[in-house]
Design a protein around this ligand. Structure first.
Ligand SMILES: Cc1cc2nc3c(=O)[nH]c(=O)nc-3n(C[C@H](O)[C@H](O)[C@H](O)COP(=O)(O)O)c2cc1C
Length: 179
């Protein structure tokens, strides 16, 4: 697993190659194997491979979503807020499971944050996506994961990026010695 964690870097440039149906099924299987609080599984997913709809997602906020324009695939992760008060956490875990499975399948991915983001001064990104995708009110959009074959292979994370002084042992501030 650590190899996957080191290699899983955000991919924002994709080849135009389609993601095979069997891989899409594996991505969704991973998402629905994700643990959730009280096992309530408040998430629901929308698989998007239509170019016009991907373009709508790419404009769901002014910055940080344009990568979806050229992604062959996106998965919208929504959570039922009437089902769970921790839908954000549950949907976050599912989002990351999709990203890690994507890496394991040789695909790249990028998380696009939707919750608490704005389409413009008046409309949230969540409201905008609801309108475009006919999503019922009980669901909130947490994220959109853009997925596809990587156009550029990025170097894995290095050990220099692991900040060991973020870890205490027993009491906060007591140094964790990893030797
Ligand atoms: C909660 C969360 C929200 C993120 N939102 C966005 C986003 O809206 N747009 C984007 O391009 N990347 C987004 N990212 C990706 C991060 O920018 C990226 O993971 C981080 O900078 C580390 O870089 P790396 O993945 O390239 O190693 C998000 C990641 C997380 C975990």
């Amino acid at each position: 697993m650590l190899d996957i964690f080191y290699n899983q870097r955000s991919t924002r440039k994709f080849l135009s190659q389609k993601v095979e149906d069997q891989k899409v099924i594996k991505l969704l299987t991973a998402a629905m194997l994700a643990p959730s609080s009280k096992g309530l599984r408040p998430w629901e997913f929308i698989v998007v491979d239509n170019t016009e709809l991907l373009e709508k997602l790419a404009t769901s906020k002014p910055h940080g979503a344009s990568l979806l324009r050229h992604a062959p695939l996106a998965i919208i992760i929504t959570g039922d807020k009437s089902r769970s008060d921790v839908w954000v956490e549950d949907c976050s875990v599912a989002s990351l499971y999709i990203q890690l499975e994507a890496e394991a399948l040789g695909l790249g991915s990028c998380w696009v944050q939707i919750n608490r983001r704005f389409y413009d001064d008046d409309i949230t990104s969540n409201e905008y996506i609801h309108q475009q995708f006919n999503i019922p009110d009980r669901l909130e959009v947490l994220s959109v994961i853009g997925i596809g074959y990587k156009a550029v292979e990025r170097p894995p994370m290095s050990d220099h990026e692991i900040i060991w002084n973020k870890v205490s042992v027993n009491k906060f501030g007591d140094v964790f010695d990893k030797q």
